[in-house]
Design a protein around this ligand. Structure first.
Ligand code: AP5
Length: 238
């Protein structure tokens, strides 16, 4: 199964992609995570994109298309993938179509996560992750054990790391407002592109995390425990 999670910054794409990964045994491809890894490595591409990301603008299409094309050829994508953060422009969506044709793949669904802008600002400015395992948290909606909001300390529920929490550099209010404006101008025009293909399914991203998961599973025509394929891949399950 190959799917796209589409939605504004903070809509919950990363949160839900991890749940879909677990349930269906397919791999999450987050272009934001890939880019942040390149920035951290300090390589040439990382240096080039850092200021663009810090401002909340979009990295050029040709860089993103090449990054995804290389990634989906890797072995762990053979059972399917969840695109999280790609495509983000109509040009990227068109290139993805061509790429899928070339590799003999098809898209099964595009899930749109709908959330109000003010809620998104609250979610993103309150968000942080474990620096060791990457588990995501929120100051109000999802606190780790022994959480101290003032010093951003506590214990990761998933890996047990102590006081290793961090925030993303682009998670400040000014950048978030720009990321939202970029989403409405450059990414939302993708929605009719997929609607015309009969692939678009919308879910209420304002609902609680488990309810959003339920709506996504329903949209994907699945409910209940993980598939045997997901079990065989040794992924985590609820
Ligand atoms: P990227 O990393 O993709 O950021 P984004 O799209 O802005 O999305 P986020 O990761 O911020 O949010 P999310 O939807 O995953 O929400 P999350 O699950 O964390 O991109 C970063 C930058 O990279 C871009 O600005 C751009 O510069 C560049 N880039 C990336 N891809 C690109 C591309 N294709 N082309 C060009 N440039 C590209 O949830 C947010 C918070 O809310 C969490 O704390 C979570 O716990 C909480 N939460 C989630 N769901 C709920 C819920 N239902 N109720 C309450 N809280 C919730």
């Amino acid at each position: 199964m190959n799917i796209i999670l589409l939605g504004p910054p903070g809509a919950g794409k990363g949160t839900q992609a991890k749940k879909i990964e677990d349930k269906f045994g397919i791999v999450q491809l987050s272009t934001g995570d890939m880019l942040r890894a390149r920035v951290k490595s300090g390589d040439e591409l990382g240096q080039k994109v850092k200021s663009i990301m810090d401002a909340g603008d979009l990295v050029p299409d040709e860089i993103m298309v090449k990054m995804i094309e290389d990634r989906i050829k890797e072995d762990d994508c053979k059972n399917g993938f969840i695109l999280d953060g790609f495509p983000r422009t109509v040009a990227q969506a068109e290139e993805l179509d061509e790429m899928l044709k070339r590799t003999g793949r098809t898209l099964d669904a595009v899930i749109e996560m709908k959330v109000d802008d003010d809620e998104l600002v609250d979610r993103i400015t309150g968000r942080f992750t474990c620096g060791d395992c990457g588990e995501g948290y929120h100051e109000e909606h999802k606190q780790p054990e022994n959480f101290d909001a003032e010093h951003l300390t506590g214990e990761c529920d998933k890996c047990g790391a102590v006081d290793s929490f961090k925030r993303r550099e682009d998670d400040n209010e000014q950048t978030v407002r720009n990321r939202l404006s970029v989403y409405h101008k450059q990414t939302a025009p993708i929605l009719p592109f997929y609607s015309d293909k009969g692939l678009l399914r919308s879910v209420d991203g304002m609902a609680k995390i488990d309810e959003v998961t339920r709506q996504i599973n329903e949209a994907l025509g699945a409910s209940g425990p993980p598939t045997p394929k997901a079990r065989a891949m040794g992924n985590r399950h609820e």
